[in-house]
Design a protein around this ligand. Structure first.
Ligand SMILES: N#Cc1c(N)n[nH]c1-c1ccc2c(Cl)cn(Cc3cccnc3)c2c1
Length: 242
């Protein structure tokens, strides 16, 4: 997978070169390009923003600069990339989105700042490539870079050979519609707090049932909305795990 990121703060993307993501680059599971949007400005001030039409607070990112940047970054391949534009007004980014994008050969992330990117940038890009405006959650950041890092990590960890233990991705929270239950490791007792006996029983059928029930209970307590999405069969199966 090829990943390109366009931003006015290229150093914000430094974490892409660290740890799991850095190893994925070293192992050539992914190639990553980070591009400074100001490289496509032509004025002495290297301006990337301007006042909003219709008034209102803040500034809007100029379409000309983004247009030239996307023309160059998204060129050079028989098939265009999927353009991802983080925005608070975007469709929800979920684990299902990450799974879908993990099949893509090329993703380009357009990280904006200020009040956002002129809408015509996305409208123009959509004439020649798939464009998705997405949000990572119902809170407000200062720009798209943190969102892009979040989404890139959740996608890249799904690629073959990236995670040390591929089974880990298969047991993700959300992968079966439920949150993961609690996890434990040595010692058996810590500050008078024990490890649940069933986990030390060696009875794997009982352990699976216990884990399934814990996931169901935690989901019920913390994210009841996820249970509404579960089919009756899945709920019955979880119920039998009691
Ligand atoms: N994804 C996501 C996401 C999220 N979940 N919170 N905030 C963002 C996000 C993403 C992209 C931008 C761009 Cl471009 C500018 N801002 C600042 C801003 C703040 C308030 C209103 N409008 C824009 C962004 C915030």
């Amino acid at each position: 997978m090829r990943i390109d990121v366009i931003t006015i703060f290229p150093d914000y993307m430094a974490p892409l070169r660290e740890a799991l993501l850095g190893k994925a680059i070293e192992r050539e599971r992914i190639s990553v390009g980070v591009h400074d949007l100001r490289g496509w400005t032509h004025d002495v001030h290297r301006a990337v923003d301007d006042s909003p039409y219709g008034g209102g607070p803040g500034m809007v990112m100029k379409p000309q600069v983004w247009g030239e940047a996307l023309d160059e970054v998204c060129a050079g391949s028989d098939s265009p990339p999927r353009l991802v534009v983080p925005t608070p007004a975007g469709s929800p980014f979920t684990q299902q989105t990450a799974v879908r994008w993990s099949e893509e050969p090329w993703l380009v992330f357009a990280c904006g700042r200020y009040e956002g990117i002129d809408q015509r940038v996305m409208d123009d890009a959509a004439r020649r490539m798939p464009v998705e405006e997405v949000s990572i959650g119902d809170y407000v950041l200062v720009g798209g870079e943190v969102a892009a890092l979040t989404m890139i990590e959740s996608v890249v960890r799904l690629l073959p050979g990236v995670l040390g233990n591929p089974a880990s991705a298969e047991q993700d929270s959300f992968s079966d519609g439920l949150l993961e239950g609690p996890c434990y490791t040595r010692p058996e007792a810590w500050r008078d707090l024990p490890v649940p006996d069933v986990l030390r029983s060696g009875n794997h059928a009982a352990i699976d049932r216990w884990r399934r029930y814990q996931a169901l209970e935690r989901t019920w307590q913390r994210r009841p909305d996820l249970l509404e999405a579960l089919s009756d069969d899945e709920l019955d199966r979880a119920d039998r795990a009691r």
